[in-house]
Design a protein around this ligand. Sequence first.
Ligand code: GN1
Ligand code: MG
Length: 362
Amino acid sequence: MNDVQLDSVTRNGLAEAWGLGPRARFTPLGNGLINRTLLVIDDGRRRVLQCLNIHVFRDPALVMRNCHAVTAHLGRERAAGRYAYSVLELVPTLAGEPAAVLANDTWWRMYDHVPDTRTHDTADTPSLTFEAARGFGAFAAALAELDSTDVGEVIPHFHDPVRRFDAFRVALAADRAGRAAQAGRECKAALAFADVLSHWEALLAAGLPWRITHNDCKLNNLLFDASDHATCVIDLDTVMPGSLLFDFGDMGRTMLSPVPEDSTDLERIGVRREHFAALARGYIEGCGDLLTPLERENLVFAVRLITGVIGLRFLTDYLDGDRYFRCAHSLHNLERARNQFALYAALTAQADALQALVPNSA
Ligand code: GN1
Ligand code: MG
């Protein structure tokens, strides 16, 4: 991978904050759509530097407090033998701060690099899906005892389907980028999402548990070792109060289909049942007895919910002119939305058959 050339304010600011040497090298890392992530190699030592997207994370100090609370708690769980996975280690600045705010008003933080690991954008085998689900399940179980007042709401209403649907309708009416005509079919497909809203409200009324959840459990937010054992959950910025259905939904969204979320190969988008069975088994094993019957009975609904929410968010961003998600080209968000709506339709068509694969499901 080619080195990233940083502007001098950034480079000097980072060097000063963490005592990096003049020969430190920076290369791009990962496929995140929000923050900018770099691997820094300094004097043989590897670390991960991230520039927080402060348009998305409006209160970066809260994000850092949450990350600290979560990693410290997981570290204690691991030391007590209750959590078997690696834990991200924040590297404070030389001044002891959790993040550096540079002269150009950018926020940076550093993690230790977890050696000999990699990420996957798609799950090629059911055993990879099982591993990932068990890892994210263990993460949720380990956070169950964390005091909920230690973790603030970094992005209010993040997965709220009612608000996401409203935001889509507002963006469609405003058509600020003049793209609504081109997105006509996708906007029509988005209307199918209204189906899930009343069921979601019924779940809230039925007392769906609210816990500390990850909120971005896509497959590539988990590190695997060389033998594809799940090693470490990453991307902790959205850890905040939420529902386990959000986490299960994001896992299903990124592991059930054989192709990534931006694939334009619509023919191949679909739900692989053996992966769904592995996902449900792995998550239930990882979570232990955390999942209530109401949560178990709604695991397929969870995947429909989150696939629809993310599809709506991609489409909304397309209509808004690509202001939120990183895009490689002008149709990228539209293609992502099309992909997610195709998956949503496949999930809806097979919902009952899939739910029957959940162990002990009513
Ligand atoms: C963003 O940063 P990244 O790529 O892990 C987004 C998620 C979406 C995802 C879609 C804070 O996650 O909600 O599901 O893109 N994160 C935020 O790939 O909006
Ligand atoms: Mg990520």
